[in-house]
Write a protein that binds this ligand. Structure first.
Ligand code: 5GP
Ligand code: SF4
Ligand code: MG
Length: 456
């Protein structure tokens, strides 16, 4: 998911949130929502689909609106319902509160059951709803204390933007799984999952929210609170590999630069030689340019992507998914015909896409297809906010690299090593990262019960 928030006495906060969500669309295409307040009223508009589908007719508006938060959602198919869209909004004894969440909680089911036993009513099936219920039930005086008291009870991955009638609040879990950054536009403050959305709205990057930090913004400015410290930080390395946009900078590390390095290291590790280097657009492109740069083999556009198709993974059946690969990608015959090809992609999840593309390239006349993947094999599921539904069918969970190579029909196959991946992260401490989907070293507890309505 992607979250956004803005506090401004001068800008159109709803419109800026709409633009911000547009820039975060890659983080979730299932639903979108914007909540706004003018200090006494609070209103939320949510719907299924892309940002421009949900707000096709109009962007929400209130006279004197001055705080807004927004959300784009990416979830498992089963829980893709209107009732589960965000931001969530509740009325409670202390006033009104809206909340948008990115991440996946590992003890939400336990907390929810406890609260239900005590009579709390839940309106959605998403894990994020425990936040609002804990906050609403807290007996602490101030909203800051209520939120902090709730946050220390919750385990797992979360980045939050929260809005009351007076304040914009951001929080990042103590391990820092997901990104969240702060921007400034004149006297206005912005919070965003990724810095690319700050660029879009014209805000200047200030800094990242630190793991275990809560920031509270009102007319007096920004106040910082540290609510918890983790023994070990665990920023998601998959943000750098695939999830985040290359023009974002997370915790001081440019996503583009990390991917480019991954490609360079991949060229050295694999030692593959061929006539051309191509990418699986768009997610493989940055690494492919790094591969070409390092190896001296020319980068060519061997595959064309239809940019109007998204959501390959959200198709419910395997048969539909197969069609959608062909809808999404096509080989450029004049580029690949008669050529040996190095094809770079960021990851192999199920192997469905990769197999189809290898066959497509061969049908277009490629004499050999050597596949290079800019991540290690994904052998384990993620419990911290990356698509678990896709990960249930992980090909690397049951097959060796050689078996995967045969399955996808490539002439050679190389995956970036974990050491190589660490080496690609030059501006950030690679020890403060999570690599669990590659090595099963889960940095926190695994959920004891099935996560309810896993929300990304
Ligand atoms: P596969 O060959 O496993 O079927 O598909 C690999 C492709 O899926 C890669 O191009 C990669 O960019 C993309 N991918 C990796 N992780 C995810 C994810 O969590 N969601 C979606 N929609 N695509 C993903
Ligand atoms: Fe990221 Fe993988 Fe860790 Fe999940 S398990 S947080 S995808 S590195
Ligand atoms: Mg891809």
């Amino acid at each position: 998911c992607g979250v956004f928030g803005i506090y401004s006495r001068t800008e159109d906060v709803a419109l800026n949130t709409y633009w911000g969500l547009y820039a975060l669309q890659h983080r979730g295409q299932e639903s979108a929502g914007i909540a706004i307040t003018d200090g006494s009223w609070m209103d939320v508009t949510r719907g299924m689909g892309l940002v421009n589908e949900v707000f096709r007719h109009q962007v929400p508006h209130m006279d004197n609106q001055y705080i807004a938060i927004g959300h784009v959602r990416y979830s498992t198919t089963g829980s893709s319902l209107l009732a589960n869209t965000q931001p969530l909004m509740v009325n409670y004894s202390g006033g009104k509160i809206s909340l948008a969440h990115n991440g996946n909680l590992t003890n939400a089911a336990e907390i929810r059951r406890e609260l239900e036993e005590q009579g709390t009513v839940f309106q959605t099936s998403i894990d994020s709803e425990v936040f609002v219920n804990l906050i609403a039930r807290s007996r602490k005086e101030s909203v800051e204390e209520k939120i902090m008291e709730s946050l220390v009870k919750i385990k797992g991955a979360y980045c939050l933007t929260i809005m009351t009638e007076e304040k914009l609040i951001g929080a990042r879990d103590p391990q820092g799984f997901r990104p969240l950054c702060i921007g400034k536009m004149g006297d206005s403050w912005v919070l965003s999952s990724e810095s690319c959305a700050l660029d879009t709205v014209g805000a200047e990057f200030v800094r990242d929210v630190e793991p275990g930090e809560m920031v509270v913004i009102n007319d007096k400015g920004l106040k910082s609170y540290h609510f918890a410290t983790a023994d070990k930080k665990a920023a998601c390395v998959f943000e750098y590999i695939y999830f985040a946009r290359p023009d974002s900078v997370i915790d001081g590390q440019s996503v583009h630069d990390a991917r480019f390095e991954m490609g360079r290291i991949l060229a050295r590790e694999s030692g593959f030689k061929a006539d051309i280097v191509i990418s699986v657009p768009d997610s493989g492109t940055t690494a492919a340019t790094g591969f070409a740069y390092e190896s001296g083999i020319p980068f060519k556009e061997g595959l064309m992507k239809n940019r109007y198709i998204g959501r390959t993974f959200i198709q419910p059946s395997q048969q539909k998914r197969d069609t959608s690969v062909r809808l999404k990608l096509n080989a450029i015959k004049s580029v690949v015909n008669g050529k040996s090809v190095i094809m770079v992609d960021d990851s192999i999840v199920r192997g469905t896409t990769s197999g189809k593309i290898v066959r497509m390239l061969k049908a277009a006349g490629a004499t050999a297809v050597h596949m290079c993947v800019s991540s290690p094999p994904i052998g384990y599921p993620c419990y911290y906010g990356i698509d678990t539904s896709a990960r249930k069918e992980l090909i690397a969970a049951t097959k060796s690299v050689e078996e995967i190579r045969q399955y996808i029909g490539a002439d050679s196959l190389h995956f970036l090593s974990i050491e190589g991946l660490k080496e690609s992260l030059k501006a950030v401490s690679c020890e403060d990262m999570c690599y669990a989907c590659f090595n099963s070293a889960y940095p926190g507890e695994k959920p004891k019960e099935d996560t309810i309505g896993a929300d990304k």
